[in-house]
Design a protein around this ligand. Structure first.
Ligand code: ZN
Ligand code: ZN
Length: 280
């Protein structure tokens, strides 16, 4: 089969993965390009090379392992979350039954070959972040950065009843705050946004996050981590997306253009999410 493979985005022939007892094999149709993919490409994650990138694919099931056949069938259309192969024996698995906390899990496109669409990482990540914030639905939420994640965060927060302020310093991105039927209540141009009560950072800058310690103490701020999303959260997010007709602004590129994906991603005027069409 053909796949994009690091190091450097190249299209190469690679062997089709073996389907284990509990696995399904998915023929990827589209795969989103996330900032994490950019960081993997830059070498910041310590990922093994060569690796098939992306943790945001959607596609069609083409093979099902014997132990998975009660739930999965060939031809199902599926989206794939970041985490897979929970060991079911480590402390994280035994105490939480949440694959995000398994010490031995794979992360598609980061620690092992991957390939997802905007909802599977961007949508799922902001959905889990909204829940980690534990803000009452009537309370306002500020979304800082209206890119692939932020434009979905605006719509998902509106869907569950929050007044929303969309904050970004780029005009193309501020447009995304009001592009869809579920619009931000206020769009703010700011490079110096400040959290008022709780902040849930969802990006993973390689140099870490910096916060003003005086603000943290004197404004009694809460900074809360949130790790992507598990399967149940992703299913809840998908139902909300369908119910409220939530949409992503995507720029789709064919497989032949994938070697240019990192340049396209770094275009300061890029709006929304880049999606690689693997079937083309
Ligand atoms: Zn991602
Ligand atoms: Zn485990």
């Amino acid at each position: 089969m053909k796949a994009a493979q690091f190091a450097g985005y190249e299209i190469r022939e690679v062997s089709v993965p073996q389907t284990g007892d509990n696995d399904v094999l998915v023929k990827v149709g589209n795969a989103g390009f996330c900032h994490t993919d950019y960081q993997v490409w830059k070498g910041g994650n310590g990922s093994p090379y060569p690796i098939v990138p992306s943790h945001e694919p959607v596609g069609t099931v083409v093979a099902v392992g014997p132990a998975a056949q009660a739930k999965w069938k060939v031809d199902y259309r599926v989206g794939v979350i970041l985490f897979r192969h929970a060991c079911k024996t480590c402390i994280g698995c035994e105490t939480t039954e949440d694959i995000r906390y398994c010490a031995n899990r794979d992360m598609a496109g980061l620690t092992a070959d991957g390939a997802r669409s905007p909802l599977m990482c961007a949508g799922a990540t902001v959905w889990a972040g909204l829940h980690e914030a534990k803000v009452e639905p009537s309370q306002p939420i500020g979304v800082i950065g209206i890119g692939g994640l932020g434009s979905l965060a605006v719509q998902l927060a509106k869907a569950v009843g929050h007044p929303v302020v969309a904050i970004d310093n780029r005009p193309e991105r501020r447009e995304l705050g009001t592009e869809f039927p579920l619009k931000a209540d206020l769009v703010v141009d700011s490079q110096d946004s400040e959290a008022i009560a709780k902040c849930v950072p969802l990006g993973v800058p390689t140099r870490g996050c910096q916060f003003n310690s005086f603000d943290l103490i004197f404004k009694t701020l809460t900074i809360k981590g949130s790790l992507a999303a598990n399967r149940i959260q992703t299913e809840e997010m998908s139902k909300t997306v369908a119910k409220f007709n939530i949409r992503s602004h995507v720029t789709t590129i064919p497989l032949g253009k994938v070697p240019d994906v990192t340049d396209l991603y770094m275009d300061p005027h890029l709006k929304g999410r880049l999606v690689m069409n693997i079937e083309s």
